[in-house]
Write a protein that binds this ligand. Sequence first.
Ligand SMILES: Cc1ncc(COP(=O)(O)O)c(C=O)c1O
Length: 380
Amino acid sequence: MELFDVYPLLDLEPIKGRGAYVYTENGTKYLDFYGGHGVISVGHSHPHYIEAIETQLQKLGFYSNSVANPLQQELADKLGTLSDYGNYQLFLSNSGAEANENALKAASFHNGRSKVVTFKKSFHGRTSAAIGITDNEKYSAPINERSKTTFLELNDTETLRQELADYETCAVVIEGIQGIGGIHIPEVDYFKKIRELCSQTGTLLIIDEIQSGYGRSGRFFAHQHAGIEADIVTVAKGMGNGFPVAGTIIHPDIEAFHGELGSTFGGNHLACAAATSVLDILENEELTQNAATTGQQLKDELSTLSAIEEIRGLGLMIGIEFDFPINELRSQLIKNHHILTGVSSNPNVLRLLPPLSIGLDEINQFIDALQTVLKNSNFA
Ligand SMILES: Cc1ncc(COP(=O)(O)O)c(C=O)c1O
């Protein structure tokens, strides 16, 4: 059987990971400034993470949601404490798209509405409701309903006010920091305005922290830099450090009913063990604070390089915009310097999503390599 060929592949096959590095069969070491697509939060193969999963596997790997699983409550308690959303409710699933799908369903069940407002350059996943609120026609098949979604310019208050004025919008969905769109941060005042307008009009505010959450921005959630609270927050990627687990964090006023949401695998024993160990490591190693400080150091170093048009981002979620397409630059970083980086829907933006545990050595290695590539090549 052949694989359904949907992924353009890098010329590299990692077989082992440790901390901020992955290794190929012949032992070549690559610095992972891509974090396996923003997934690796606490570093590859962290000993505590391995031990937690192995120990749980020896006891019970899976049982269904038809029985109580105390590991879910343990995870919810820890997540509530570290995220400052302790009075909210947690629904567990397996991927970012599912977390958003469930957020939209919970919102729509709650206020009975179906229109959604989201933003240009947004990405929220590939299942039906999630693709409906993603600003990329290429990913949307005829079967995916998009007609009830409005895509607004980010940071434009007036269009948002007009859009919500009929009191018929179910939810505004916004990324804590737009990732795939090329790293765009909603302005603090805009976040505050969205919060205010949503509260006034009975619209629920869903903040997608799938990429920007779990400490990556230097706060547990990126929207917390703006001092606001969402009605629903979605998480995935860094939550399991590679183990497929996702969450929809739901306001206490939104009441659940039996059968409203569900998932066979969501919140299974292994997933909970993985996700709780990630939170232990984030807390014990102060990785959110580390993301804030190392992210700032990285941006300071980048700002000394003349070839860069703009540096955007918070913590260790950074976009570097050049005035040329970055494909060749990215290839050279991999081939000549053994450093992995990410792309975005803007061909001129290099996206950095390293593990939150990186330090000065990794920053220096990246900056030296980038300097060398820029000096030796003429990309313009
Ligand atoms: C902001 C955001 N939301 C949702 C998703 C979808 O997550 P998944 O691929 O786990 O379904 C992604 C994935 O890149 C994302 O970056």
